[in-house]
Design a binder for this molecule. Sequence first.
Ligand code: SAH
Ligand code: TRP
Length: 332
Amino acid sequence: MTPGRLEIFHCGGCPLSTSRMADDVRRGLSSAPKDLSPWPKYLYDGEGSHLFEEITRLPEYYQTRAEASILRRRAEEIVVRTGCRELVELGSGAAGEKTLLLLDALTAHNGGCAGYAPLDVSEDVLRKSGERLLREYPGLTVRGFVGDFEEPPERLLAEGPGAPRLVAFLGGTIGNLTPRRRRRFLGGLVRGFRRGDALLVGVDLVKDARTLEAAYNDRAGITARFNKNLLRVINDRLGGGFDPDLFEHRAPYVARDSRIEMWLLSRTAQRIPVKNLGLTISFAPGEGMRTEISTKFTSASARRMLEETGLRIAGFYTDEARLFGLLLAVQP
Ligand code: SAH
Ligand code: TRP
């Protein structure tokens, strides 16, 4: 067997640059209400990625376990039905059990796995998971991309082994994009597809508000730390003066928009300098800033989202409790 190989590519720097972040944060802090939720990528620095890993193990956060249970039953079927040989994964994170289930299925079918191409904003996580996968799958070729899935590098889909790809977007991350960004993201992605390429999207499903809110208001307070970490990222990268202790974590389910909204509420009246923006930001007591959205889908709304892209829906899979859904669509 030829030895495995890990290559890491940096995508033109631009979407992850500090000057881009400064523009985004300036816009977000100047809007009413203050709103950083259009840019979930800033939540995932080293500490944020670590906290998200902890979230996936929380008793209240059912999503990771539910999605893994679907893949345990369906990964082989998905791979056999699509005939895919390469796995492209967007927002791959730590490439945990779910990634391994797909890689196992690809290794066992269609002539073997022709490669793994993860893309994530977090270089550290990408490199570590790539190295681990090389040890677990001798012979695997890993092309890792440090970049923004909203502006994916051409070579992610233009290069590679040439076999049909399974493009996986797991963890309900699609729900963190606003409807407009979702449409633009999916449209752009599918333009890079060739006939036979498949898209596998994980969506959290609409359910009772109590279960949803518990998942984002965990008793151990990890989600609160994940949320407040955004303030630290702004302090570190933009010279901000936020004190995370002066903010309170909130994550209500907003039924009208079928989404959890993550907010930080100012505990007091405060004025916070952000040096590199040349701005001072005022908060009234109790004033909120939205930091992330997490949209919940029905099987119908998820199908519609993918049908709009021109892909053909090939399957919709759920776990036994119907907590989470995996939608499979193919480029005809
Ligand atoms: N796929 C994993 C992780 C989901 S968390 C799972 O299902 O458990 C979301 C992941 O997407 C994180 O690893 C984060 O670093 C990454 N991410 C968030 N916004 C991104 C963006 N704009 N571009 C690329 N990666 C992004
Ligand atoms: N994709 C995950 C989700 O929507 C990201 C996440 C984890 C998250 N914890 C969160 C989003 C808290 C908003 C609030 O569930």
